[in-house]
Design a protein around this ligand. Structure first.
Ligand code: SF4
Length: 218
């Protein structure tokens, strides 16, 4: 079959486009060893609100099959012809090593695009080599997401962490200012920049605030 990537535009990102999969079912890094969700994924925005609508789920389900077509990397390179920034995984993750290797190929063949790749797949040793190659590309910022929702992160390892509010940002992080701009990036491109090692995202959404309240009460 011929690949036809379904590319989305999320309202937050100033019109920057993204390629996504369904949350949780493509997120093996979202679970602890005992099978429970890590804190950051318990309040995942991509499992609530608009993300439950059929028109949002359908392109993600399509993409899960589509990337397996032999010509997918060619189709993605063509689709990114006019993009200058690109966000991978507004929802979902590089759940397959073969997918990660294809994403590497797309990034290598689109040097005109700044790619932002958030992931939890660095937890799995078999991903180390492809992640190393992605991180070495000048046009890729791969951010390993901390599982914490209280600002805990490992310097030199994690590239992003959730914090309960902007005031609780730990040293060494840059706070995402989208909360100051009605939830939009408003020209900020920090997530795509290798000059910003760790972004701290203030928690938002009812589901995440509930998880934080439970964690605080424990
Ligand atoms: S840090 Fe900047 S680029 Fe990243 S999500 Fe927040 S506003 Fe957008």
């Amino acid at each position: 079959m011929t690949a036809k990537p379904r590319i989305s535009v999320t309202s937050k990102l100033d019109g920057i486009r993204s390629w996504s999969l369904e949350a949780l079912e493509t997120c093996p890094g979202s679970v602890n060893g005992d099978g429970t969700l890590v804190d950051a994924c318990k309040g995942c925005y991509a499992t609530t609100g608009n993300y439950r609508f059929a028109n949002v789920k359908a392109p993600r389900a399509h993409n899960k099959l589509d990337w397996q077509n032999l010509d997918w990397a060619d189709a993605m390179v063509k689709a990114l012809d006019s993009d200058r920034y690109f966000r991978w995984f507004d929802s979902g993750d590089m759940y397959s090593l073969a997918l990660a290797e294809k994403i590497l190929e797309v990034c290598q063949r689109t040097p005109w695009v700044s790619h932002w790749i958030p992931t939890r797949m660095a937890k799995f040793p078999k991903y180390r080599e492809v992640i190393r190659k992605l991180q070495a590309l000048p046009n890729v910022m791969l951010r390993f997401s901390s599982d914490s929702i209280s600002g805990d992160f490992l310097p030199g390892t994690h590239g992003s962490v959730i914090i309960p509010d902007a005031e609780s940002a730990p040293a060494g992080t840059v706070v995402c200012q989208a909360y100051q701009h009605a939830g939009k990036c408003n020209g900020c491109r920090a997530c795509y920049s290798k000059d910003v090692p760790v972004i701290a995202y203030p928690a938002h959404g009812k589901k995440m605030m509930k998880v934080i309240a439970i964690r605080r009460a424990a």
